[in-house]
Design a protein around this ligand. Sequence first.
Ligand SMILES: *Cc1c(COP(=O)(O)O)cnc(C)c1O
Length: 417
Amino acid sequence: MSEKLALDGGTPVRESALSAEYLGASLYGQEELEAIEGVINARSPFRFYGIDLQYRVKAFEKEAMSYFGFPNALAVSSGTASLVVALKAAGIGAGDKVIVPAVTFIATAGAVVCAGAVPVFCDVDDSLNMDPDKIEDLCDDYTKAVIVVPLLGNPCQMDKVMAAAKRKNLIVIEDVAQSMGCKFVGAYQGGIGDIGCFSLQLNKVITTGEGGMVVTENPKLYERAVRYHDQGMFREKEGFLNAGAQGELLIGQNYRMSELTGAVAYEQLRRLPFIIDRCKHMFDRIVGEIQDIPGLELRRIVDQEGNIGTSILAMLPTAELGERVRKGINAENITCGYLYGGNPLYLNPQIMDQRTADASGFPFNQFAEPVVYAKGMCPIAEDKMARNMLIQISPTYTDQDADDVVAAVKKVCKAVL
Ligand SMILES: *Cc1c(COP(=O)(O)O)cnc(C)c1O
Protein backbone atom coordinates (compact mmCIF):
# COMPACT_ATOMS: atom_id res chain seq x y z
CA MET A 1 0.00 0.00 0.00
CA SER A 2 1.36 3.39 -0.87
CA GLU A 3 0.43 6.55 0.94
CA LYS A 4 -2.00 8.93 -0.76
CA LEU A 5 0.01 11.53 -2.67
CA ALA A 6 -0.48 15.23 -1.99
CA LEU A 7 -1.13 15.45 -5.73
CA ASP A 8 -4.24 13.29 -5.18
CA GLY A 9 -5.41 15.15 -2.09
CA GLY A 10 -3.25 13.40 0.53
CA THR A 11 -1.27 15.17 3.25
CA PRO A 12 2.04 16.58 1.91
CA VAL A 13 5.33 15.50 3.47
CA ARG A 14 5.94 19.11 4.50
CA GLU A 15 3.49 21.80 5.50
CA SER A 16 5.49 24.54 3.81
CA ALA A 17 7.62 24.43 0.70
CA LEU A 18 11.29 23.44 0.87
CA SER A 19 13.26 25.08 -1.89
CA ALA A 20 17.01 25.53 -2.24
CA GLU A 21 17.51 29.24 -1.90
CA TYR A 22 20.54 30.23 -3.88
CA LEU A 23 23.66 28.78 -2.30
CA GLY A 24 25.97 31.72 -1.59
CA ALA A 25 23.24 34.34 -1.35
CA SER A 26 21.43 32.37 1.36
CA LEU A 27 24.42 33.11 3.62
CA TYR A 28 24.74 36.85 2.90
CA GLY A 29 25.31 38.70 6.17
CA GLN A 30 27.28 41.26 8.10
CA GLU A 31 30.57 40.40 6.36
CA GLU A 32 29.26 41.22 2.88
CA LEU A 33 27.60 44.38 4.23
CA GLU A 34 30.79 45.65 5.84
CA ALA A 35 32.80 44.80 2.74
CA ILE A 36 30.48 46.94 0.60
CA GLU A 37 30.55 49.72 3.22
CA GLY A 38 34.34 49.80 3.07
CA VAL A 39 34.28 50.47 -0.67
CA ILE A 40 31.52 53.07 -0.37
CA ASN A 41 33.24 54.87 2.51
CA ALA A 42 36.47 54.98 0.49
CA ARG A 43 34.46 56.32 -2.47
CA SER A 44 36.54 54.03 -4.69
CA PRO A 45 34.46 51.59 -6.73
CA PHE A 46 36.97 51.08 -9.59
CA ARG A 47 39.70 48.47 -9.33
CA PHE A 48 42.63 50.36 -10.83
CA TYR A 49 42.39 53.86 -9.32
CA GLY A 50 40.23 55.99 -7.03
CA ILE A 51 40.06 58.42 -4.14
CA ASP A 52 41.20 55.84 -1.56
CA LEU A 53 41.54 52.54 -3.43
CA GLN A 54 40.91 49.46 -1.25
CA TYR A 55 42.14 46.82 -3.74
CA ARG A 56 39.20 44.50 -3.07
CA VAL A 57 39.27 42.86 -6.53
CA LYS A 58 42.98 42.22 -6.05
CA ALA A 59 42.29 40.73 -2.62
CA PHE A 60 39.67 38.41 -4.13
CA GLU A 61 42.09 37.26 -6.83
CA LYS A 62 44.80 36.60 -4.24
CA GLU A 63 42.41 34.71 -1.99
CA ALA A 64 41.29 32.55 -4.94
CA MET A 65 44.90 31.82 -5.88
CA SER A 66 45.81 30.76 -2.36
CA TYR A 67 42.59 28.84 -1.70
CA PHE A 68 42.70 26.78 -4.90
CA GLY A 69 46.44 26.90 -5.50
CA PHE A 70 45.97 28.52 -8.92
CA PRO A 71 49.11 30.45 -9.97
CA ASN A 72 47.12 33.23 -11.70
CA ALA A 73 43.55 34.44 -11.24
CA LEU A 74 41.79 37.27 -13.06
CA ALA A 75 38.44 38.56 -11.82
CA VAL A 76 36.02 39.48 -14.62
CA SER A 77 32.47 40.79 -14.96
CA SER A 78 30.60 37.49 -15.50
CA GLY A 79 30.95 33.80 -16.22
CA THR A 80 30.17 34.44 -19.87
CA ALA A 81 32.90 37.10 -19.88
CA SER A 82 35.31 34.58 -18.36
CA LEU A 83 34.67 32.21 -21.28
CA VAL A 84 35.07 34.92 -23.93
CA VAL A 85 38.27 36.14 -22.28
CA ALA A 86 39.60 32.56 -22.04
CA LEU A 87 38.84 31.84 -25.70
CA LYS A 88 40.43 35.10 -26.82
CA ALA A 89 43.45 34.55 -24.57
CA ALA A 90 43.88 31.21 -26.35
CA GLY A 91 43.69 32.97 -29.71
CA ILE A 92 40.45 31.30 -30.78
CA GLY A 93 38.25 33.05 -33.32
CA ALA A 94 37.00 33.05 -36.91
CA GLY A 95 37.35 29.71 -38.69
CA ASP A 96 37.79 27.71 -35.48
CA LYS A 97 35.58 25.05 -33.94
CA VAL A 98 35.24 24.38 -30.22
CA ILE A 99 33.78 21.18 -28.74
CA VAL A 100 31.22 21.79 -25.98
CA PRO A 101 28.99 19.37 -24.06
CA ALA A 102 25.43 18.78 -25.29
CA VAL A 103 24.19 19.44 -21.76
CA THR A 104 25.22 22.81 -20.36
CA PHE A 105 23.93 26.35 -19.91
CA ILE A 106 23.62 28.30 -23.16
CA ALA A 107 26.50 30.63 -22.21
CA THR A 108 29.07 27.91 -22.93
CA ALA A 109 28.10 27.87 -26.61
CA GLY A 110 27.17 31.56 -26.72
CA ALA A 111 30.68 32.57 -25.66
CA VAL A 112 32.16 30.46 -28.45
CA VAL A 113 30.00 32.31 -30.99
CA CYS A 114 30.89 35.66 -29.37
CA ALA A 115 34.56 34.76 -29.84
CA GLY A 116 33.87 34.21 -33.56
CA ALA A 117 34.15 30.43 -33.44
CA VAL A 118 31.55 27.67 -33.79
CA PRO A 119 30.42 25.21 -31.11
CA VAL A 120 30.41 21.48 -31.86
CA PHE A 121 28.21 19.46 -29.51
CA CYS A 122 29.55 16.34 -27.82
CA ASP A 123 27.18 13.79 -26.32
CA VAL A 124 27.19 13.03 -22.60
CA ASP A 125 27.55 9.76 -20.71
CA ASP A 126 25.70 8.49 -17.63
CA SER A 127 27.35 11.23 -15.54
CA LEU A 128 25.49 13.80 -17.71
CA ASN A 129 28.90 15.40 -18.35
CA MET A 130 30.67 15.26 -21.73
CA ASP A 131 31.59 11.72 -22.77
CA PRO A 132 35.39 11.99 -23.13
CA ASP A 133 35.47 8.95 -25.43
CA LYS A 134 33.54 10.94 -28.05
CA ILE A 135 35.85 13.97 -28.24
CA GLU A 136 38.31 12.66 -30.80
CA ASP A 137 35.72 11.56 -33.36
CA LEU A 138 34.24 15.08 -33.38
CA CYS A 139 37.52 16.74 -34.34
CA ASP A 140 38.29 18.01 -37.82
CA ASP A 141 40.99 20.34 -39.15
CA TYR A 142 39.18 23.34 -37.68
CA THR A 143 38.85 22.07 -34.10
CA LYS A 144 41.04 24.08 -31.73
CA ALA A 145 39.64 23.62 -28.25
CA VAL A 146 37.28 21.72 -25.99
CA ILE A 147 35.25 23.28 -23.19
CA VAL A 148 34.31 20.79 -20.51
CA VAL A 149 31.62 21.62 -17.96
CA PRO A 150 31.39 19.92 -14.58
CA LEU A 151 27.59 20.08 -14.50
CA LEU A 152 25.99 21.03 -11.17
CA GLY A 153 28.93 20.15 -8.95
CA ASN A 154 29.83 16.78 -10.47
CA PRO A 155 33.44 16.67 -11.74
CA CYS A 156 34.41 15.69 -15.29
CA GLN A 157 36.51 12.66 -16.21
CA MET A 158 39.54 14.93 -16.64
CA ASP A 159 42.17 12.19 -17.15
CA LYS A 160 40.39 11.03 -20.30
CA VAL A 161 39.62 14.58 -21.43
CA MET A 162 43.26 15.60 -21.14
CA ALA A 163 44.47 12.47 -22.97
CA ALA A 164 42.05 13.03 -25.88
CA ALA A 165 42.95 16.73 -26.04
CA LYS A 166 46.64 15.90 -26.12
CA ARG A 167 46.20 13.46 -29.01
CA LYS A 168 44.23 16.08 -30.97
CA ASN A 169 46.30 19.07 -29.89
CA LEU A 170 43.29 20.85 -28.36
CA ILE A 171 43.28 23.65 -25.81
CA VAL A 172 41.25 22.56 -22.77
CA ILE A 173 38.98 25.15 -21.15
CA GLU A 174 37.13 24.16 -17.98
CA ASP A 175 33.81 25.97 -17.55
CA VAL A 176 33.42 25.55 -13.80
CA ALA A 177 30.67 28.20 -13.60
CA GLN A 178 28.29 25.94 -11.66
CA SER A 179 30.82 24.00 -9.65
CA MET A 180 33.41 26.14 -7.90
CA GLY A 181 35.36 23.90 -5.51
CA CYS A 182 34.72 20.64 -7.32
CA LYS A 183 37.71 18.35 -7.80
CA PHE A 184 38.83 15.47 -9.99
CA VAL A 185 41.19 13.09 -8.16
CA GLY A 186 42.19 15.74 -5.66
CA ALA A 187 42.80 18.54 -8.19
CA TYR A 188 40.47 21.53 -8.32
CA GLN A 189 38.59 21.86 -11.58
CA GLY A 190 39.68 25.00 -13.36
CA GLY A 191 43.33 24.23 -12.76
CA ILE A 192 43.55 20.93 -14.66
CA GLY A 193 43.17 22.14 -18.25
CA ASP A 194 44.82 25.17 -19.88
CA ILE A 195 42.31 27.74 -18.62
CA GLY A 196 39.53 27.63 -16.01
CA CYS A 197 36.38 29.78 -15.99
CA PHE A 198 34.09 30.59 -13.08
CA SER A 199 30.85 32.51 -12.51
CA LEU A 200 29.62 34.45 -9.48
CA GLN A 201 26.08 34.90 -10.79
CA LEU A 202 23.24 34.36 -8.30
CA ASN A 203 22.53 30.76 -9.29
CA LYS A 204 26.12 29.59 -8.76
CA VAL A 205 27.98 28.29 -5.70
CA ILE A 206 29.12 31.65 -4.34
CA THR A 207 27.67 34.86 -5.66
CA THR A 208 28.01 38.58 -6.16
CA GLY A 209 24.93 38.76 -8.40
CA GLU A 210 27.19 39.06 -11.43
CA GLY A 211 30.88 38.27 -11.69
CA GLY A 212 33.42 35.75 -12.89
CA MET A 213 37.02 34.63 -12.85
CA VAL A 214 39.61 33.24 -15.27
CA VAL A 215 42.49 31.12 -14.00
CA THR A 216 45.51 29.68 -15.77
CA GLU A 217 48.92 28.34 -14.98
CA ASN A 218 50.30 29.69 -18.25
CA PRO A 219 51.78 33.23 -17.88
CA LYS A 220 51.28 34.00 -21.60
CA LEU A 221 47.60 33.06 -21.45
CA TYR A 222 47.25 35.08 -18.25
CA GLU A 223 48.78 38.17 -19.81
CA ARG A 224 46.56 37.87 -22.88
CA ALA A 225 43.51 37.40 -20.64
CA VAL A 226 44.40 40.50 -18.61
CA ARG A 227 44.83 42.50 -21.82
CA TYR A 228 41.66 41.26 -23.49
CA HIS A 229 39.58 42.05 -20.37
CA ASP A 230 40.97 45.60 -20.06
CA GLN A 231 41.14 47.24 -23.50
CA GLY A 232 44.49 45.67 -24.31
CA MET A 233 46.19 47.07 -21.23
CA PHE A 234 48.26 45.32 -18.59
CA ARG A 235 48.31 48.16 -16.08
CA GLU A 236 50.35 46.39 -13.42
CA LYS A 237 53.14 46.05 -15.95
CA GLU A 238 53.03 49.25 -17.97
CA GLY A 239 50.40 51.55 -16.50
CA PHE A 240 47.52 53.22 -18.29
CA LEU A 241 47.44 53.16 -22.10
CA ASN A 242 50.40 50.83 -22.46
CA ALA A 243 53.30 53.27 -22.14
CA GLY A 244 56.24 51.23 -23.42
CA ALA A 245 54.21 48.09 -24.16
CA GLN A 246 55.78 45.63 -26.56
CA GLY A 247 54.69 42.60 -28.53
CA GLU A 248 51.75 41.45 -26.41
CA LEU A 249 49.52 44.41 -27.29
CA LEU A 250 46.11 43.56 -28.69
CA ILE A 251 42.68 45.16 -29.03
CA GLY A 252 40.65 44.22 -25.98
CA GLN A 253 37.26 44.90 -24.44
CA ASN A 254 36.01 45.82 -20.99
CA TYR A 255 35.25 42.77 -18.84
CA ARG A 256 36.57 44.25 -15.58
CA MET A 257 35.16 43.58 -12.13
CA SER A 258 34.15 46.51 -9.91
CA GLU A 259 35.45 46.97 -6.37
CA LEU A 260 31.92 46.56 -4.97
CA THR A 261 31.75 43.14 -6.59
CA GLY A 262 35.29 42.26 -5.54
CA ALA A 263 34.56 43.12 -1.91
CA VAL A 264 31.58 40.76 -1.80
CA ALA A 265 33.39 38.08 -3.84
CA TYR A 266 36.17 37.98 -1.24
CA GLU A 267 33.72 37.42 1.63
CA GLN A 268 31.75 34.85 -0.36
CA LEU A 269 34.90 32.87 -1.17
CA ARG A 270 35.56 32.59 2.54
CA ARG A 271 32.16 30.90 2.87
CA LEU A 272 32.92 28.30 0.18
CA PRO A 273 34.27 25.57 2.54
CA PHE A 274 31.13 25.83 4.68
CA ILE A 275 28.84 25.70 1.64
CA ILE A 276 30.55 22.60 0.23
CA ASP A 277 30.74 20.88 3.60
CA ARG A 278 27.04 21.38 4.32
CA CYS A 279 25.92 20.46 0.79
CA LYS A 280 28.04 17.29 0.75
CA HIS A 281 26.58 16.26 4.09
CA MET A 282 23.00 16.76 2.85
CA PHE A 283 23.79 15.10 -0.48
CA ASP A 284 25.15 11.97 1.23
CA ARG A 285 22.25 11.86 3.65
CA ILE A 286 19.68 12.04 0.85
CA VAL A 287 21.41 9.91 -1.78
CA GLY A 288 22.18 7.18 0.79
CA GLU A 289 18.43 6.73 1.21
CA ILE A 290 17.18 7.07 -2.36
CA GLN A 291 19.88 5.37 -4.40
CA ASP A 292 18.22 1.95 -4.39
CA ILE A 293 14.72 3.10 -5.38
CA PRO A 294 13.71 0.95 -8.37
CA GLY A 295 13.27 3.06 -11.52
CA LEU A 296 15.17 6.07 -10.16
CA GLU A 297 18.44 6.34 -12.08
CA LEU A 298 20.86 8.72 -10.33
CA ARG A 299 23.52 10.26 -12.54
CA ARG A 300 26.93 8.69 -12.11
CA ILE A 301 29.30 10.70 -9.95
CA VAL A 302 32.75 10.47 -11.49
CA ASP A 303 34.56 11.27 -8.23
CA GLN A 304 32.52 11.05 -5.02
CA GLU A 305 35.13 12.93 -3.01
CA GLY A 306 35.38 15.74 -5.57
CA ASN A 307 31.62 16.19 -6.01
CA ILE A 308 30.44 19.32 -4.16
CA GLY A 309 26.96 17.93 -3.55
CA THR A 310 25.00 21.02 -4.54
CA SER A 311 22.30 19.11 -6.43
CA ILE A 312 20.83 15.71 -7.12
CA LEU A 313 20.15 14.94 -10.77
CA ALA A 314 18.34 11.73 -11.70
CA MET A 315 16.40 10.15 -14.54
CA LEU A 316 13.03 8.42 -14.44
CA PRO A 317 12.15 5.50 -16.76
CA THR A 318 10.21 7.64 -19.29
CA ALA A 319 9.48 11.32 -19.95
CA GLU A 320 5.85 10.79 -18.86
CA LEU A 321 6.86 9.15 -15.58
CA GLY A 322 9.40 11.93 -15.11
CA GLU A 323 6.68 14.54 -15.32
CA ARG A 324 4.46 12.67 -12.87
CA VAL A 325 7.28 12.19 -10.38
CA ARG A 326 8.34 15.86 -10.57
CA LYS A 327 4.74 17.03 -10.12
CA GLY A 328 4.24 14.59 -7.30
CA ILE A 329 7.35 15.68 -5.41
CA ASN A 330 6.49 19.38 -5.84
CA ALA A 331 3.01 18.69 -4.44
CA GLU A 332 4.71 17.20 -1.36
CA ASN A 333 6.22 20.69 -0.92
CA ILE A 334 9.74 19.73 -2.01
CA THR A 335 10.93 21.77 -4.98
CA CYS A 336 11.81 19.45 -7.85
CA GLY A 337 12.96 20.90 -11.16
CA TYR A 338 13.43 19.91 -14.78
CA LEU A 339 16.99 20.77 -15.84
CA TYR A 340 17.13 22.95 -18.99
CA GLY A 341 13.50 22.15 -19.84
CA GLY A 342 14.50 18.57 -20.59
CA ASN A 343 16.63 19.54 -23.60
CA PRO A 344 20.23 19.35 -24.66
CA LEU A 345 21.48 22.83 -25.48
CA TYR A 346 21.44 22.54 -29.28
CA LEU A 347 17.66 21.92 -29.36
CA ASN A 348 17.13 25.56 -28.33
CA PRO A 349 15.99 27.38 -31.49
CA GLN A 350 18.63 30.12 -31.40
CA ILE A 351 21.34 27.45 -31.52
CA MET A 352 19.55 24.99 -33.79
CA ASP A 353 18.76 27.71 -36.35
CA GLN A 354 22.10 29.53 -35.85
CA ARG A 355 20.39 32.84 -35.15
CA THR A 356 23.10 35.42 -34.60
CA ALA A 357 22.46 39.11 -33.98
CA ASP A 358 23.24 40.06 -37.59
CA ALA A 359 22.38 38.61 -40.99
CA SER A 360 25.90 37.82 -42.21
CA GLY A 361 25.92 34.10 -41.45
CA PHE A 362 29.15 34.56 -39.48
CA PRO A 363 30.66 32.60 -37.73
CA PHE A 364 28.88 29.55 -39.17
CA ASN A 365 29.94 30.30 -42.77
CA GLN A 366 33.69 29.92 -42.30
CA PHE A 367 34.04 26.26 -43.24
CA ALA A 368 34.21 24.14 -46.40
CA GLU A 369 31.16 22.13 -45.26
CA PRO A 370 28.05 23.79 -43.79
CA VAL A 371 27.61 23.55 -40.02
CA VAL A 372 24.40 21.63 -39.28
CA TYR A 373 22.70 21.04 -35.94
CA ALA A 374 19.90 18.48 -35.90
CA LYS A 375 17.66 16.54 -33.57
CA GLY A 376 19.21 13.14 -32.90
CA MET A 377 22.75 14.57 -32.92
CA CYS A 378 23.46 13.56 -29.31
CA PRO A 379 20.98 10.74 -28.61
CA ILE A 380 22.10 9.99 -25.05
CA ALA A 381 21.70 13.62 -24.00
CA GLU A 382 18.28 13.84 -25.66
CA ASP A 383 17.09 10.65 -23.99
CA LYS A 384 18.40 11.40 -20.51
CA MET A 385 17.41 15.07 -20.44
CA ALA A 386 13.80 14.28 -21.39
CA ARG A 387 13.56 12.04 -18.31
CA ASN A 388 15.44 14.19 -15.79
CA MET A 389 14.51 15.51 -12.38
CA LEU A 390 16.59 17.94 -10.35
CA ILE A 391 16.60 18.53 -6.61
CA GLN A 392 18.86 21.31 -5.47
CA ILE A 393 20.50 21.38 -2.07
CA SER A 394 21.07 24.35 0.21
CA PRO A 395 23.80 24.87 2.83
CA THR A 396 21.01 26.11 5.12
CA TYR A 397 19.18 22.77 5.17
CA THR A 398 18.73 20.93 8.45
CA ASP A 399 18.91 17.15 8.68
CA GLN A 400 15.11 17.21 8.98
CA ASP A 401 14.90 19.08 5.65
CA ALA A 402 17.06 16.39 4.04
CA ASP A 403 14.89 13.67 5.56
CA ASP A 404 11.79 15.41 4.14
CA VAL A 405 13.37 15.27 0.68
CA VAL A 406 13.99 11.54 1.15
CA ALA A 407 10.42 10.97 2.37
CA ALA A 408 8.89 12.83 -0.58
CA VAL A 409 11.03 11.07 -3.18
CA LYS A 410 10.34 7.64 -1.66
CA LYS A 411 6.60 8.30 -1.31
CA VAL A 412 6.15 9.54 -4.86
CA CYS A 413 8.39 6.95 -6.52
CA LYS A 414 6.60 4.15 -4.66
CA ALA A 415 3.23 5.39 -5.89
CA VAL A 416 4.19 6.34 -9.44
CA LEU A 417 6.93 3.95 -10.61
C1 LIG B 1 25.99 30.32 -15.52
C2 LIG B 1 26.88 29.67 -16.47
C3 LIG B 1 27.68 30.43 -17.33
C4 LIG B 1 27.56 31.91 -17.45
O1 LIG B 1 27.79 32.59 -16.28
P1 LIG B 1 27.23 34.11 -16.13
O2 LIG B 1 27.94 34.60 -14.94
O3 LIG B 1 25.75 33.99 -15.94
O4 LIG B 1 27.58 34.84 -17.36
C5 LIG B 1 28.55 29.76 -18.16
N1 LIG B 1 28.63 28.42 -18.16
C6 LIG B 1 27.86 27.65 -17.36
C7 LIG B 1 28.02 26.17 -17.40
C8 LIG B 1 26.95 28.25 -16.50
O5 LIG B 1 26.18 27.50 -15.72
